[in-house]
Design a protein. Structure first.
Length: 230
């Protein structure tokens, strides 16, 4: 493009499907982006992270699908993910989806040869390497408060491969410090992916327990898949 930038034009369509083949919600738009050389080279190796908001009218289980068309080549790409939208009106404990990202744990030496193992892992791709730091974040909704306006929450993390548990963290008390909304708590954490973890597909699961809630609604879980690559 003029000025030395690299330009791309692409169409994005996002849909949600319920228990039928008909689309429930839909959004679509055409975008044009321009990248300077440094950002262009980064995009070639790491890709571009695109955020799209799709309104969901009611709680339930959905399949989310997204498609993208490159205007310059006509090439198409698509992806899908099953999601669960909680009903927040019943005031029961619920969790948002998990967002995963990561960084290399070792410091990068100045003027060192570029190494893809040291790149940041985006929430869209979720491909990690052994020894990297996996960072996760999510929201806790409708946690109960005691008479002193305090929570009694605990969280734990588990990891599975091929249905078998390969890691189980201990229960950790969660202190809701510096939170703007006590009914919408922001949680984050990180684990180091051990060098003994073989490449393949994994699932990270978080478990939240609310000691103040009714017994049958005391626990909520959420999970997200990721991959360890060579």
């Amino acid at each position: 493009a003029p000025g030395g930038n690299h330009e791309a034009v692409f169409d994005v369509v996002a849909m949600t499907f319920g228990d039928t083949t008909a689309a429930v919600d839909y959004t679509g738009q055409t975008y044009t982006i321009q990248l300077p050389e440094e950002d262009y080279q980064r995009a070639l190796s790491q890709g571009l992270v695109y955020n799209v908001a799709v309104p969901i009218k009611k709680a339930g289980a959905y399949q989310f699908r997204i498609g993208l068309r490159d205007a310059a080549t006509g090439r198409l790409g698509s992806a899908s993910q099953y999601i669960q939208v909680p009903d927040l009106t019943n005031r029961r404990l619920a969790l948002s989806g998990l967002v995963l990202s990561g960084t290399a744990t070792a410091a990068v030496q100045p003027n060192a040869k570029p190494d893809l193992r040291n790149r940041e892992v985006s929430p869209a791709v979720r491909d990690f390497r052994q020894g990297m730091q996996l960072q996760y974040g999510y929201l806790i909704y409708n946690a109960q408060l005691d008479k002193n306006q305090k929570h009694q929450l605990s969280t734990s993390v588990r990891m599975f491969r091929n249905g078998q548990q390969v890691f189980a963290g201990s229960d950790q008390p969660f202190a809701a410090n510096n939170q703007n909304d006590l009914q919408r708590l922001v949680v984050s954490g990180a684990i180091i992916l051990g060098t003994d973890l073989i490449p393949g597909e994994y699932i990270l699961q978080v478990v939240v327990t609310d000691a103040l809630a009714e017994k049958k609604y005391r626990t909520a879980t959420q999970w997200m898949d990721f991959e360890i690559v060579k």
